[in-house]
Design a protein. Structure first.
Length: 278
């Protein structure tokens, strides 16, 4: 019998990040690097070739004191669905080293297939992919801390956030041995979600109405656009249909999320309709 991969039946794992709770501490970045064997350099001051699956951005409303407001925005891979399951990065990969899994909604990366053309990096509008310019070198004794469930990447390949997919595999193995086909919400959680001290990151199945992520953003059935108040996705207008949602009570944060031009440049002060993007 042919397996049903329809969007209504499949899982769509994703995140909801509450920017009003995020303090910019960077615990999610550290947890991600530790969990996924992300390599680092002796001197990390040169950021052009650094690797950070979870990147933290600092946003500001650009108003002078005392009206200045600051917001921190964590950015993992968006795990876009694109149009009919064709994310921008998947569509351009000549080696089929990246693919969209219709069972989970996760965009995979197969390092042994990648030959480093970096087309996917150019196609990704979120700058969520990183190229390995060097072979990872671990300080003496630090190889003992590496996770045995995640293979370290070699020089010359692209890597990115996998939503800790190895944790999904381990949870599914456990469920199989217990005679179950479905996972409970708590059984599969990303490392950044568990490490966040402010509880700003929520992880789960966006297709499951019982999961918190679904309740928080109420994604539409077609395209997944959030219907909840104060919820948004980055660069919504591009139609990439990402599975990372954000919450913010500040309008200027939500507008930056879709990369609006400053109002003074549109020539229509107070008009919130987009006139273009950077």
């Amino acid at each position: 019998m042919k397996e049903n991969h329809s969007n209504d039946k499949a899982n769509k794992f994703g995140m909801v990040i509450d920017l009003d709770k995020c303090t910019g501490c960077g615990a999610c970045m550290v947890a991600c690097m530790s969990e996924n064997n992300v390599p680092f350099k002796k001197d990390e001051s040169k950021k052009l070739d650094s690797i950070t699956w979870m990147h933290l951005y600092r946003l500001t409303n650009k108003k002078p004191f005392p009206d200045t407001e600051v917001c921190y925005l964590p950015r993992p891979c968006m795990h876009c669905e694109g149009a009919h399951g064709h994310p921008p990065c998947v569509s351009v990969c000549p080696a089929t080293a990246t693919d969209y899994d219709k069972k989970t909604g996760i965009v995979s990366q197969i390092y042994t297939r990648c030959f480093g053309c970096r087309y996917c990096m150019g196609a990704c509008p979120y700058h969520a992919r990183y190229f390995n310019w060097w072979d990872p070198v671990w300080p003496e004794g630090m190889e003992n801390y590496l996770s045995p469930n995640v293979s370290p990447r070699m020089r010359g390949v692209v890597e990115k956030c996998s939503l800790c997919f190895h944790r999904y595999q381990l949870a599914m193995d456990k469920a199989y041995h217990e005679g179950r086909k479905e996972l409970e919400e708590h059984e599969y959680q990303s490392s950044c979600t568990q490490a966040c001290p402010a509880g700003a990151i929520t992880f789960g199945d966006l297709n499951n109405p019982h999961h918190q992520v679904h309740k928080m953003v109420k994604p539409s059935k077609h395209g997944g656009k959030p219907t909840a108040t104060n919820a948004f996705r980055l660069l919504e207008r591009l139609g990439t249909n990402p599975k990372i949602y954000y919450l913010s009570s500040k309008e200027w944060v939500r507008r930056l999320g879709d990369n609006y031009l400053p109002e003074e440049k549109t020539g229509e002060i107070g008009n919130h309709q987009p006139k273009g993007h950077h």
